[in-house]
Design a protein around this ligand. Structure first.
Ligand SMILES: [Zn+2]
Length: 101
């Protein structure tokens, strides 16, 4: 294995991204950046949607570049910290849930 991206986006699904508390960052070559929080992502795609397919459906709202092209880069970012503001309400998430396939 050579050193590649930490997560293989080609096999990663929206569901696994959401369950790991991550958001999606889309950055276009024109400089436009879009950050999608899990709540937005879940409203846009089914959990079984692969991240790459999600990216391909994306289109830059500024220059119109297609997400299927290399102009648009997709990265993941952890957003769990952003939701830990309210101390009282901690959402219970299973730390190690693996899809038993
Ligand atoms: Zn653009």
């Amino acid at each position: 294995m050579t050193s590649g991206p930490r997560q293989r986006l080609s096999v990663l699904t929206i569901g696994s991204v959401l369950s790991s508390g991550q958001g999606v960052n889309l950055r276009c070559a024109c400089g436009h950046r879009t950050a999608l929080l899990p709540g937005q992502i879940s409203a846009m795609a089914h959990p079984e949607t692969r991240v790459l397919d999600f990216k391909r459906r994306f289109r830059c709202s500024m220059c119109g570049a297609s997400g299927a092209s290399d102009d648009v880069r997709l990265t993941l970012f952890a957003v769990a910290a952003a939701f830990s503001d309210d101390e009282g309400a901690r959402t219970e998430t299973a730390p190690t849930t693996r899809p038993a396939n």
